[in-house]
Write a protein that binds this ligand. Structure first.
Ligand SMILES: *[C@@H]1O[C@H](CO)[C@@H](O)[C@H](O)[C@H]1NC(C)=O
Ligand SMILES: *[C@@H]1O[C@H](CO)[C@@H](O)[C@H](O)[C@H]1NC(C)=O
Ligand SMILES: *[C@@H]1O[C@H](CO)[C@@H](O)[C@H](O)[C@H]1NC(C)=O
Ligand SMILES: *[C@@H]1O[C@H](CO)[C@@H](O)[C@H](O)[C@H]1NC(C)=O
Ligand SMILES: *[C@@H]1O[C@H](CO)[C@@H](O)[C@H](O)[C@H]1NC(C)=O
Ligand SMILES: *[C@@H]1O[C@H](CO)[C@@H](O)[C@H](O)[C@H]1NC(C)=O
Ligand SMILES: *[C@@H]1O[C@H](CO)[C@@H](O)[C@H](O)[C@H]1NC(C)=O
Ligand SMILES: *[C@@H]1O[C@H](CO)[C@@H](O)[C@H](O)[C@H]1NC(C)=O
Length: 610
């Protein structure tokens, strides 16, 4: 009996590994070829074209797809734009200006709107959701495999019956039929657009299998286990130090009482604590002096608004005495200090639908660095990093910067984000640069009468669906487009503080400032964004404090949330409060805050490179 069981298990395990391997290979291949998945797929599938949408064209900077993305970013108001990738671009620029202007005024209600909108700016459409329930069950186990197992989302499944699908990792062939069906499913939300819109609606998402969070967890473990270190062209004193750090982290003493670190929040609190300590003792970062303002070295334009993360990080690192070194020979990391947001503002030609000049600008900078210093060549750039929050950053850095450690808000597996190498940068909406912690906190669980809340622009394909399926359908679920302006965004804030769950559906891109906003207001985040790698993924055990729902499970939203017991909810909410410290900006950075967490994740991925 048992041996038979064992054999079955083995077979299952093998099948599972095989699937993961397949996905991984696919991702690698896509990255290697440097094609947008959409293209790959379309080339593989006879008719795939239809589906290739805006996003899918992260290609050269030229086309509509790029535009559309950008549009997403900037576009605050344009519902239509969702469906019109090309037109979006222009809008974007205009809007982006708007956003930026708003951003600069720290308080204005405008900002608040944009904030809520922002999320939408980033998002992309994708299909599958994580199983919340699993999370629930496993939630208390530190490394719970729950919600976001990287399931290859069944692209081809009947989405109509989406509820059914949610389960396991299954690879379904992407068939045109299936895709069409999918579209139809969307249809209700976006019905008007069906004819032409098919192109725009669900960009890549359907074409590529969805990786659930738990699948990402497995992938990350595999990557760590098989880490084939890149050997530097010549050795340097820092190499041995990094190897030492690695082995010390791997043999971290288990400390029940991890100095204020609440262990369920982490993949491994002991390793994190040790790694953080070693960072404090060891890490030296060299900041290249080259590069002209304002694109380089100039954080002020991005200290508020939705792109604030890159500006704050740049500012705080530049001011830092502990980690920054003037001697590049002792550096473990090399920082390329540009702002992806300022780059767009400075160089993007409205209506050009082209990012080519932006890419060239960055490439030229890198050429300079490569020619002038030996450091890039020593490691092929693997010890260099940048921190970029703009939607376009992945596309802008896809080729020349490919080896760098990329800290990206737009952390999308499908856009080439590499687990274990790149860092998911939290997108933070900073409303007041003087007081980034304004309005922090929220109501106790019992004073949260609303089950689920969302308000924002209708970016991407998913939000219109959300609206269509849930607006005014149920008194417990509050779904809005953009809320009317209110002083200091008070209405929006009140909703966040009075809701049990705050929905974070993707917009045009996978990321959304709502994830951090929810944590900020102590509301349990519900991430509905397939293939989004949540912030600090290498460190945090996201499934222990957040809920992941695959996009296709949207119709089940309420059931999924209701299936989470009160008791479990309270645990989740408590943990959200515990994890909050890692997402807060301080003008003077403090231990374990967001600045240090970003730096730590870059450090951690560097240490585990080799
Ligand atoms: C953009 O595409 C057009 C035609 O599709 C082409 O003529 C032009 O050279 C491209 N521009 C860039 C910068 O690639
Ligand atoms: C956008 O949609 C609104 C109604 O939803 C319509 O009045 C407006 O003309 C549309 N704009 C564009 C550019 O299609
Ligand atoms: C934003 O501000 C800049 C100058 O700061 C101004 O030139 C531009 O017109 C403003 N954009 C909008 C949309 O107000
Ligand atoms: C999809 O659902 C329809 C009706 O529910 C069924 O006839 C069809 O076979 C299903 N297709 C797939 C691929 O499951
Ligand atoms: C969309 O397609 C339907 C039939 O497929 C057609 O009747 C309708 O006119 C089309 N709408 C647009 C806007 O092309
Ligand atoms: C749909 O696409 C066709 C050609 O691709 C175009 O002529 C038509 O105007 C589009 N319809 C809408 C509503 O955009
Ligand atoms: C955490 O890492 C340490 C050191 O590698 C290991 O001994 C311990 O078992 C790990 N704990 C968990 C819960 O995985
Ligand atoms: C680094 O390598 C590139 C290409 O091989 C070369 O052109 C460049 O001069 C090298 N940099 C230095 C500082 O030697």
């Amino acid at each position: 009996m048992s041996s038979e069981l064992g054999r079955i298990c083995q077979v299952e395990t093998r099948r599972w590994l095989w699937l993961i391997g397949l996905v991984f290979a696919f991702v690698l291949m896509a990255q290697y070829v440097e094609l947008p998945y959409g293209n790959i797929i379309s080339s593989v599938l006879p008719d795939g074209r239809t589906q290739v949408s805006e996003k899918s064209s992260p290609l050269p900077a030229n086309l509509s797809s790029d535009t559309s993305k950008s549009g997403n970013t900037a576009d605050l108001d344009n519902l239509n734009s969702t469906r019109t990738p090309l037109s979006n671009v222009q809008t974007d620029t205009a809007k982006s200006n708007e956003v930026k202007n708003l951003t600069q005024e720290s308080d204005s209600s405008l900002v608040s709107n944009s904030a809520s909108d922002n999320p939408s700016l980033t998002t992309k459409p994708e299909d599958n959701v994580v199983l919340t329930q699993e999370n629930e069950i496993l939630g208390d186990i530190p490394m719970s495999p729950s919600s976001a197992s990287p399931v290859m989302s069944p692209t081809g499944v009947n989405l109509t019956t989406s509820a059914v699908i949610s389960s396991g990792p299954s690879i379904s062939p992407v068939s045109n039929e299936a895709q069409e069906k999918v579209h139809n499913t969307d249809g209700p939300g976006t019905s008007e657009s069906i004819n032409n819109s098919s192109v725009k609606k669900r960009p890549k998402s359907q074409e590529v299998p969805v990786l659930s969070v738990s699948e990402m967890n497995d992938m990350l473990k595999k990557i760590r286990a098989s880490s084939s270190s890149t050997v530097p062209r010549w050795s340097s004193a820092v190499d041995q130090r990094l190897l030492d750090a690695k082995s010390q982290i791997e043999s971290a003493p288990i400390n029940k009482n991890d100095q204020g670190l609440y262990s369920p929040l982490y993949r491994n609190a002991s390793m994190f604590r040790r790694s953080y300590e070693l960072m404090e003792q060891t890490l030296k970062v060299y900041i290249y002096k080259e590069g002209k303002k304002p694109i380089f070295h100039h954080p002020p334009p991005v200290l508020a608004g939705i792109y604030a993360s890159e500006g704050w990080f740049m500012k705080l690192l530049q001011e830092n005495k502990q980690y920054v070194t003037k001697n590049p020979k002792e550096a473990h990391l090399f920082y390329l200090p540009f702002s992806s947001r300022t780059l767009e503002e400075a160089l993007y030609v409205p209506d050009s639908h082209s990012r080519t000049n932006l890419i060239k600008y960055l490439d030229k900078y890198l050429d300079l660095i490569v020619a002038k210093y030996p450091f890039w060549n020593r490691t092929g750039g693997t010890d260099h990093f940048f921190v970029a929050c703009h939607d376009w950053a992945p596309a802008e850095t896809r080729i020349r910067f490919n080896n760098c450690i990329k800290a990206l808000c737009n952390a999308d597996i499908k856009e080439g984000f590499r687990l274990g190498k790149d860092v998911s940068l939290p997108e933070t909406m900073v409303r007041s640069k003087k007081n980034p912690l304004r309005d922090l906190g929220g109501n106790a669980p019992r004073q949260r009468p609303i089950l689920a809340f969302f308000a924002g622009q209708m970016h991407g394909y998913l939000r219109p669906l959300l609206l269509q399926q849930w607006q005014d359908k149920d008194p417990d679920i509050k779904i809005f487009k953009k809320l009317p302006k209110s002083k200091k965004n008070r209405v929006y804030t009140e909703y966040m503080k009075s809701s049990k769950y705050c929905l974070c559906p993707k917009g045009y891109e996978v990321n959304s400032p709502r994830v951090v906003e929810a944590i900020y207001f102590e509301c349990v985040p519900v991430i509905i964004s397939d293939n989004f790698v949540p912030p600090f993924f290498e460190i945090l055990n996201w499934e222990s404090f957040a809920v992941f729902i695959q996009e296709k499970d949207l119709p089940n939203l309420k059931n999924i949330l209701l299936s989470i017991s009160d008791r479990r909810y309270q645990i989740l909410q408590q943990r959200v409060k515990q994890v909050q410290q890692h997402f807060l900006w301080h003008s003077q950075p403090i231990k374990y805050d967001i600045f240090h967490m970003i730096l730590h994740s870059v450090w951690y991925n560097r240490v585990f490179q080799g």
